[in-house]
Design a protein around this ligand. Structure first.
Ligand code: NAI
Ligand code: MG
Length: 361
């Protein structure tokens, strides 16, 4: 019996989600084995996703969210596959869990790994290290709105999609970003909105940001409009450290960030329930990539990096660092999947990461 056993709910989902989760579990198993009884993982696998939907007419069990409460963490692959509309798969599983368990903070580190061809004009890309903090419970993904007048015939339909910004929701994510910045080297938070055009919710956000900033005089602050920030990511990457934005904006900026760092395949993320009242969920940023699914070539780094975020959240901080170091060592040795310019397949790169893990022990 291990001193500590962590119960993990595993939801591989669809497409490459299944392939990369398998590799992430191999890394976790290796760590548990090496810990010689210090800790162990107990997994329960849930077959939820688009195949499940086609068979059962739902993306997950009706009491699925409640079932998740029995676990220390959730390890998630990706959902979405041709044949099931994306809004059905996303709302039926990933958003249902994030919102159901109030995982209101989504963090997405963007790391520039050695040996990975990046797309940025900076003399020392490895010195760049950003974390995007995404509001994960409301904003543009509140699901408020509707469609009407379908009966009017072609061209007559209307749709309304509203964004919800509560002062409470806005304040907690902004405070979270400031607290996170305090743990980092530069101690800087950049807030991103579009308050010139969206004069209600985003102006409230800006006001809350200014108010909260007063409580953190030791943290440097900056504010940008999202369109300008997209350019700033490319032109002045050294200016960024912690970037906080709404659900939609941070989603878009994190894809941009990971592409600049080399590939969507290397980006990790954590959907946190920060007060630990419910389990948090760890998943790569990318989707199910139907274009490469089943070929064994998906990059597992985003999912393995998400396992590192999970280890950190579970209190296994040293192990989390070791996993990140092993990933960097592996890419530094030129062992790369195709999306980042190499020839290794999903299993080969994971083998190398596991080998490097033993080395840094
Ligand atoms: P995607 O992230 O699945 O793929 C975008 C592009 O990046 C594709 O060319 C893909 O081959 C490549 N790519 C992504 N991950 C990779 C990896 N690990 N290794 C190598 N290449 C990788 O986004 P897309 O195509 O827009 O969406 C596909 C499906 O995934 C849709 O059904 C969408 O709704 C869903 N999706 C699910 C997400 C989630 O579960 N969190 C997030 C984003 C999309
Ligand atoms: Mg996204």
């Amino acid at each position: 019996m291990a001193e500590q056993t962590f119960k993990i709910a595993v939801i591989p989902g669809d497409g490459i989600g299944k392939e990369v989760i398998k590799e992430g579990l191999r890394v976790l198993d290796h760590l548990a084995e090496e810990s010689e009884g210090k800790f162990a993982f107990e997994y329960d696998h849930f077959p939820w996703g688009c195949e499940y939907y086609l068979e059962h007419g739902k993306m997950m069990d009706e009491d699925g969210v409640e079932k998740m409460r029995n676990y220390d963490a959730i390890y998630f692959g990706a959902v979405g596959f041709p044949g099931v509309p994306d809004h059905v798969s996303l709302w039926g599983l990933r958003l249902a869990i994030c919102q159901g368990l109030d995982q209101w903070a989504n963090i997405r580190p963007v790391e520039f790994l050695p040996g990975v061809p990046h797309r940025i004009n900076h003399p020392d890309p490895e010195s760049l290290n950003w974390i995007l903090v995404r509001e994960n419970s409301e904003g543009e993904y509140s699901g408020i709105g509707g469609r009407n007048f379908q009966g009017r015939g072609p061209g007559g339909e209307v749709a309304v999609q509203s964004a919800l910004f509560t002062e409470k929701g806005t304040e907690r994510i902004i405070r979270f970003a400031f607290d996170l910045a305090r743990t980092r080297k530069r101690k800087k938070v950049t807030s991103v909105t579009k308050s010139n055009a969206q004069q209600y919710g985003m102006v409230l956000w800006d006001e809350v940001f200014a108010r909260v900033a007063k409580d953190y005089p030791d943290v440097e602050t900056d504010q940008w409009l999202v369109d300008a920030m997209a350019a700033h990511f490319v032109l002045h990457p050294e200016d960024l450290e912690v970037v906080v934005a709404s659900n939609l904006f941070a989603d878009i900026l994190s894809d941009l960030g990971s592409a600049l760092a080399g590939s969507l395949g290397i980006a990790a993320s954590a959907n946190l329930s920060p007060d630990k009242s419910a389990p948090s969920m760890f998943e790569s940023v990318h989707g199910s990539a139907p274009d490469i699914a089943g070929k064994g070539i998906a990059n597992p780094i985003g999912t393995i990096g998400s396992a590192a975020l999970m280890l950190d959240h579970l209190g296994l901080k040293e192990e989390a660092e070791r996993v990140n170091q092993a990933i960097a060592d592996t890419t530094g040795q030129g062992i790369l999947t195709r999306d980042i310019g190499g020839t290794a397949d999903t299993v080969e790169i994971t083998d190398a990461i596991i080998k490097n893990l033993s080395k840094v022990n």
